[in-house]
Structures are given as C-alpha cells and as structure tokens.
Design a protein around this ligand. Sequence first.
Ligand SMILES: Cc1cc2nc3c(=O)[nH]c(=O)nc-3n(C[C@H](O)[C@H](O)[C@H](O)COP(=O)(O)O)c2cc1C
Length: 181
Amino acid sequence: MLSIAVLIGSLRQGSYNLQLAHTMKERYINKLDLEIADIRSLPFFDQDIELNPPSAVQQFLRKVGAADGVLIVTPEYNWSVPGVLKNAIDWLSRGDKVLIGKPVMTAGVSPGMMGTIRAQLHLREILASPGIQARLLPPAGSEIYISSAALKFDETTHRLVDESTLRFIDRVVDKFIEHAR
Ligand SMILES: Cc1cc2nc3c(=O)[nH]c(=O)nc-3n(C[C@H](O)[C@H](O)[C@H](O)COP(=O)(O)O)c2cc1C
C-alpha cells in the first residue's frame, strides 16, 4: 500500500480542507496510507539555519521524504496558497530536496464559488520549480476544486458527503495510485 504524506494548508481547527483530508483517509483506507505531516510546528524558513534546522523541521523532512507520495489539500488565501503551506514547501525545497520526482496530487475546498482554482494553479507553478520538481499528477481530468463547502460537508460528522464529488475524487485517487506506482 502506498504511504502518502498529507500537507494541509490551513491551521484552523474546523478547516474544510482538514475535513476533506480526514474524509479521504477514511474512504481510501484500503488503498492508501494517508498520514498528515504537521506543518504547524515548522518555524519560518531561514537560510541561516537550513543546514542545521530544528528537530520539527528534520522530522517533517524525514516524514515527507520517506512517503511514496504527497497529497496537498489547501484553501486559497488572497488568490494564492496560504503562507504556512508555502513555508512548508520552502523547507522541502532545500537540503535533500525530498520532493524531486515525488508523486504529488493536490485538492482544495472553499466556501465560495471558485473552489481554490487560483491557489492550485499557483501551487502547480511552485511545484515545478528547480528545488521541488515534484512529479505532479497531470491535471487534465484530475482537478479537485470543491466549491460551496457548506453544502457538501456534514456539519455533525465534519466529513465530505456530496456523492458526486466523492465519486469524482474516487476516480482521481485511482489515477494517482497508477501515477505513483
Ligand atoms: C486571509 C484569507 C484570505 C482568503 N482569500 C480567499 C481567496 O482568495 N479565495 C477564496 O475562495 N477564499 C478566500 N478566503 C476564504 C477561505 O476560502 C475560507 O476561509 C476557507 O474556509 C479556508 O479554508 P479552511 O476551511 O480549510 O480553513 C480567504 C480567507 C482568509 C482567512
């Protein structure tokens, strides 16, 4: 079974993006071993300490480096990726550069109509940069933009319950498994 490190671009307890990650962890439990890699405890990237980073950074790099692939689930902030996620990716782009060649898929949820399109487009550019060079799941037919979150997530269970969205994600996950093999 593929081990997948999950990066969540929101630190909010009630985050819809976190709820999507939990939904996927449970739904694909027989196909993927999804484990959230904590980005909350990472300090701001600082080139002065990159060669001898704090243990939170070392653990994070080890965890992502050891995974067979990465799932990034992120909201959109001001038409781009949240700073906390960019900071985590900047750490991953240095040292052993653990994202080079790593299979990556992305997804995002917004309460509004646009479903994080702009953020994920920016994210794909970032993931192609020289220090990162992730092996991104080709976007055609695999773009997970979840809009109108309040209508699609259950307020009590905090899980995605919209059937057509879930079936679409099923297909993308199967493509990702093929891509990551
Ligand atoms: C600083 C900030 C900027 C935001 N900018 C956008 C944006 O550009 N596009 C958008 O669709 N939503 C934007 N939002 C609304 C977020 O989509 C919303 O807060 C969402 O619930 C955050 O994701 P989460 O539920 O996973 O925490 C912004 C929210 C914040 C706090």
